[in-house]
Design a protein around this ligand. Structure first.
Ligand code: ATP
Ligand code: MG
Length: 305
């Protein structure tokens, strides 16, 4: 057993010793929605939290459709409708998404709070968080009956909009500021029917406070309660660079910790794992491994459910 596997097991033991997963303190959770855990399976009264006051508005209520250039993305290595369906990357992402989908919607979801919310993070910059978040979103949304909301929560260094070539619009930050921005104002539809996107929005000097605000907690809670059939994927800042990643990890049911092969020091991976000790599910994804015929380009180390 490697040092990292031992650290993962230790983290898992500590999570169990401390009485199981902790997302929000119970009192916050109750104050947000008035629901206790037993009613998490029940859809919330419509229009309670997302800035919708009267009739329910659909999650994707935008007028324009963002036309993403799939050919260009495929050239950059993303798994798009334009990619060769036999490509190794497509097959790898099938394997990567399977446990996440099972934990979100299948038998594995029992006992995971907000199991359909997934945070993609890493220890340090540049390990492949955005690449992974976009690829996971595309891979899942490409399935006929699956819907995905991809949220750029790397509010200090957002990049999803630029990678996908979509225009900069109001996003998460504007919604969290709450200045008459409704949820439907920040959700972008794309030319992949199952894929919607929330950009990060403008840079904000108090973005950490906004991410810890009740409005953010309410958003996460409602995305889970009202849209339990939708996968919500958050791109995030690196865990060891700022507190924002850790804050976001407390809002989601599953965390994918991207590890750049041959680069991220073991000590940093262990420091990240320790920050994620209270998450229900943490999956390690080994990214940018050297391609060869015998080895997988990506890999998973799992712990949790
Ligand atoms: N598996 C991969 N195969 C090919 N290119 C990759 C892979 N993973 C990441 N990259 C490339 O590596 C670069 C860094 O990746 P990415 O932007 O996703 O990292 P990040 O962790 O989001 O960085 P930051 O912390 O700056 O947000 C990008 O050019 C991306 O396209
Ligand atoms: Mg990024």
């Amino acid at each position: 057993m490697s040092i990292i596997e031992r650290a993962l097991n230790k983290a898992k033991d500590e999570r169990h010793k401390s009485g199981g997963p902790i997302g929000f303190p119970n009192e916050i959770e109750k104050s947000v929605s008035g629901l206790d855990n037993s009613s998490l399976d029940t859809p919330m009264p419509k229009g309670m939290l997302l800035g919708v006051t009267e009739k329910e508005k659909p999650l994707h209520n935008t007028k324009e459709i963002e036309n993403i250039n799939w050919d260009k993305l495929a050239e950059l290595g993303f798994v798009t409708p334009a990619s060769n369906t036999d490509s190794q990357a497509i097959e790898e992402y099938r394997n990567i998404k399977r446990p996440l989908i099972n934990n979100a919607f299948g038998v594995g979801s029992v006992g995971i709070n907000r199991s359909n919310l997934i945070l993609v993070t890493s220890s340090i910059p540049g390990e492949g968080k955005t690449f992974t978040a976009i690829n996971l979103a595309l891979s899942i949304a490409n399935e006929r009956d699956k819907k995905v909301l991809l949220i750029d929560a790397d509010v200090a260094r957002p990049s999803i909009s630029s990678v996908l070539g979509i225009k900069s619009t109001p996003g998460l930050i504007e919604y969290l500021e709450g200045q008459n921005v409704k949820f439907s104002d920040i959700v972008l539809k794309t030319n992949m029917p199952g894929l919607n996107i929330i950009p990060s929005g403008k840079l904000h000097k108090h973005s950490t406070e906004l991410l810890t605000s009740n409005r953010m907690i309410q958003l996460a809670q409602e995305l889970s309660n009202r849209y339990p059939d939708r996968m919500v994927i958050f791109d995030s800042p690196p865990l060891l660079a700022a507190t924002q990643g850790e804050v976001l990890a407390g809002l989601v049911g599953q965390v994918v910790l991207v590890v750049e092969a041959e680069k991220t020091p073991q000590s940093m991976i262990m420091a990240s794992v320790n920050k994620l000790v209270f998450c229900d599910v943490v999956l390690l994804l080994l990214n940018k491994t050297q391609k060869n015929e015998d080895a997988s380009y990506y890999g998973y180390g799992l712990y949790g459910h």
